[in-house]
Ligand binder design. Structure first.
Ligand SMILES: O=C1O[C@H](COP(=O)(O)O)[C@@H](O)[C@H](O)[C@H]1O
Length: 478
């Protein structure tokens, strides 16, 4: 065991052949079963983490047998049934512990051998207490820490957590997870923007009218009140995932994809990001669903969902308009939106270009500007273009060029886990970036608390509140 100051740099097992240990704090929770274990199973199936040892921990009365069953079920559900996965299932253990207590953590660390990855699958306040206890006892050299969103509950708590983590390990061993950064579609933004000559010169305020980043789901709460009712759509999706997408879409080209180059560019663009008109009443909308039907499925009022506390006024749909106040983007609205239980799945970034300087007289039927659409599931790229359609050669028609590209080798969670096992923080959120994302939404959270922005209602299965900042989302190829 070392004092935190003496922590050595990460030594990834994949490079050395040493067996790594993944210690999951909060192993019986929803996140572990829904995202972490399936992602891990798929990663193991690629052979990327040979000999991994897996230890689950929590204070819910589970034992080895129950934990092993959960791991096996989660791996099985994603077809991860090869020898590497079976070996992990056979060897895995469950160690009961209160992960906020030094004694328990000390004995937990005593069960771990080899290079260690600690995954905090815990609510933010428990993560902070656990990190504080770990900071007092230290962790083995080279330990990497993985932390789920939300990272803190506001800017101040995010900063305090960053300070604790900095005591424990160097920044490049902290993996603040945003699984959108592991989505192949989101990563494709890099190739699309920086490996083609045609887009980059027009991605600026001279040519772009607005950018919409939309992640609408038809799913409702899905039994996640314990987490979601305290977070709401703004923190669950916009403050975290959608601001990361904005950063990748709006940042300047990095000279390389080395972690510090890419993360530095993202930090730079987020530092320039502010609320539209600096006014949360203009720049934000919030709403929650009432009872309705989606594709034949009946949803209750959000407030009648099991576990929801109606006094919290939790929103299930959030919209945010921001400006990226720099040379490239000044004046271009970026509108971010995410809603649950709406009428249709819309997961895309839409870049709407300005109208052509002048459409020549005699070329009729110009209705809509051209748009570039980047789909975040399915993986799809679309370009809406005005061309001379069939029939009258002088009558314009909008066509959509669509390219589908297959998903990446790994699900998003597998991808971010790979980063941690390989000691590569490129796809993780850097400390300052996590704090910047809170800074952007801070005035909105404050205005919502005072009621300055009313909480609207929308029927489950409808398009959302009528006075959306985005307006009707244009026909989507998805
Ligand atoms: O992190 C979250 O993301 C999901 C949407 O992401 P996906 O990869 O499952 O498409 C969202 O449903 C959930 O509320 C949020 O916590």
């Amino acid at each position: 065991m070392t004092t935190p100051e003496s922590s050595a740099p990460a030594e990834p097992a994949t490079a050395t052949g040493v067996r790594q240990t993944l210690l999951v704090l909060g192993a019986s929770g929803d996140l572990t079963g829904r995202l972490l274990l399936p992602g891990l199973g798929r990663l193991l199936a690629t052979g990327a983490v040979p000999g991994l040892r897996l230890i689950g921990s929590g204070m819910d009365g589970w034992d080895d047998e129950r934990w092993r069953r959960r791991v096996a079920d989660s791996f099985g559900a994603v077809g991860a049934v090869g020898p590497a996965e079976s070996e992990v299932i056979r060897e895995t253990r469950y160690v009961p512990a209160d992960v906020t207590r030094e004694e328990d953590l000390r004995s937990l660390l005593g069960c771990c051998t080899g290079p260690l990855v600690i995954f905090f699958a815990l609510p933010p306040l428990v993560t902070a207490r656990s990190a504080a206890a770990l900071a007092r006892i230290g962790v083995p050299p080279g330990t990497r820490l993985m932390l789920e969103k939300p990272f803190g509950v506001d800017r101040i708590s995010a900063r305090s957590l960053n300070e604790l983590l900095a005591i424990l390990v160097p920044e490049n061993q902290v993996h603040r997870i945003d699984h959108f950064l592991g989505k192949s579609t989101v990563l494709n933004l890099l190739g699309l923007r920086f490996a083609n000559r045609i887009f980059e010169p027009v991605l600026n305020s001279a040519h772009v009218a607005c950018v919409d980043i939309v992640f609408d789901e038809t799913l409702g709460l899905e039994g996640r009140a314990g987490y979601y009712d305290g977070a709401g759509a703004l923190v669950d999706m916009v403050q975290s995932h959608l601001l990361q997408v904005l950063a990748l879409l709006a940042m300047d080209p990095p000279p390389s994809l080395l972690a510090e180059e890419l993360r530095g560019r993202k930090a730079q663009v987020l530092r320039a990001t502010r609320l539209w008109r600096d006014d949360p009443t203009v720049a934000s909308r919030r709403a929650r669903y009432t009872a309705g039907e989606i594709n034949g499925r009946r949803l209750p009022n959000y407030t009648d969902e099991p576990g929801v506390d109606p006094r919290r006024n939790t929103e299930t749909l959030a919209e945010l308009a921001v400006t990226v106040d720099n040379w490239r983007w000044a004046g271009v609205p970026f509108r971010l939106r995410s809603g649950k239980a709406v009428d249709a799945v819309r997961k895309e970034a839409i870049i709407t270009f300005k109208q052509p300087t002048r459409v020549p007289d005699g070329l009729t039927g110009y209705e809509r500007p051209d748009r570039l659409r980047i789909g975040f599931g399915p993986d799809r790229l679309g370009l809406d273009l005005n061309i001379n359609g069939p029939g009258n050669p002088f009558e314009l028609e909008q066509v959509n060029l669509t390219a589908d590209f297959g998903p990446g080798d790994l699900p998003a969670y597998g991808e971010v886990l790979r980063g941690a096992f390989e000691g590569d923080p490129t796809l993780s959120v850097r400390a300052d970036v996590a704090e910047e994302c809170w800074r952007v939404v801070e005035p909105v959270l404050a205005a919502w608390k005072t009621g300055a922005v009313p909480l609207q209602e929308y029927r489950a299965g409808s398009a959302g509140p009528a006075d959306s900042l985005i307006g009707p989302v244009p026909d989507s190829p998805q």
